[in-house]
Design a binder for this molecule. Sequence first.
Ligand SMILES: [Zn+2]
Ligand SMILES: [Zn+2]
Length: 445
Amino acid sequence: MNFAQFLSGKLLLPHEIPLSTPTIAYLLKNNQIAELPSITQHHKRYQCQRCCNNNQQLFANLPCARCQTEHVYCRHCIATGRVLACEKLIRWQGEKPRWTSQETPCSWDGSLTKHQQHAAEAIQEALKTNQQELLIWAVCGAGKTEMLFPAINFAIKENKRVCLATPRADVVRELLPRMKQAFPQTEIEALYADSPDRTEIGQLILSTTHQLIRYQQAFDLMIIDEIDAFPFHHDPTLPLLANRACQKHATRIYLTATPRPVQQKKIARKKLPAIFVPIRYHGHPLPIPQEKIEFHLRKKLDRKKVPHAFQQFINTRSTTRQLLIFVPTISLLEKVRSFCPAETVHAGDPDRKEKVNLFREKKIDILITTTILERGVTFPSVDVVVLDAGHQVFDEAALVQIAGRAGRSPNDPTGNVIFIHQGKTEQIEQAIAQINMMNKKGAKL
Ligand SMILES: [Zn+2]
Ligand SMILES: [Zn+2]
């Protein structure tokens, strides 16, 4: 085994390394690996060095059979195997790994639009100049994966290591075949819970943010997709893990179609360099949502009565396009189905993948969904209705993403987007304003 390729840039427990105890002892003696405490204590506060957790409520005591005593352990990273305070983490400190040298790693022969090209050059330039951060604000349907190819090509050629991290396993699964096709000679790994594509020697890693728990100072180029969906609020350790996985000089590229207000402020104050890609790859503007007020909408939905605005739309809708109906709660799925016969889908639905595939294959005409389909999915020709668009689950970013499902294909670049609400919220206004702003920027180019 090539130890450097396997161990470099990782932080692992001994049982995660397929080496015998004598081999580990030998590498330790030769200073090729180092042992680090897994749980440290500072001012009476524990810190898990493996998952970056420092929430004290997530530490507990457990008897240790090996030491015949009790130790503290971390409950936060228990899903990836328990770590007791007496266990050491192992870090590689031998020579840097070398991957197969390649003159032109990228074999993608498509071409970038002018706007994709502009972003692609900025990303490459950021990497070449060791710029720390760059945000790419690209509208839904801008074709962001292709914009990354030139920088990844450069990085691979320079024997650098690249990570593309995303909050969602679906996206990792979808990206793997595309990346393998674009970089056929490169060691690529896809990491998500139970992923079968682990070789442990990837030069290009596609990973959910959770899986970064195994990395430390590994990557020269860290691309974080959907930075706005990055669960900063739910799990504060994830940004720490992403940061730890970066080398000191690393360049971080953030991709988003809908930056959060804090990110927008940073961009406005020039604290975060940003490049706009305000136009879709097919060159057409984003569909502008129409908002329609319906009095007593929530009461009507609750009583399974069809809202006027909805009925009106259904009566006149084009039969060539499919229809996606977004509702704020699971309980509304069945209620809407009582006046609009259709398939339903939500996060916990065991047939979720199959239903989405059937919809993609146009075997289902209408799909009623919760926000799970707000992003990351592309259907070529759909209209979109949001029922109760004023509900709190539909924030500005969600509404912009939902509207972004329409008009994705060059063969049908328009599409209707209808927000039905019982009183316009600030979020609805801001979402429509954001779409108008991007279209204006796009028109100027
Ligand atoms: Zn012990
Ligand atoms: Zn932990």
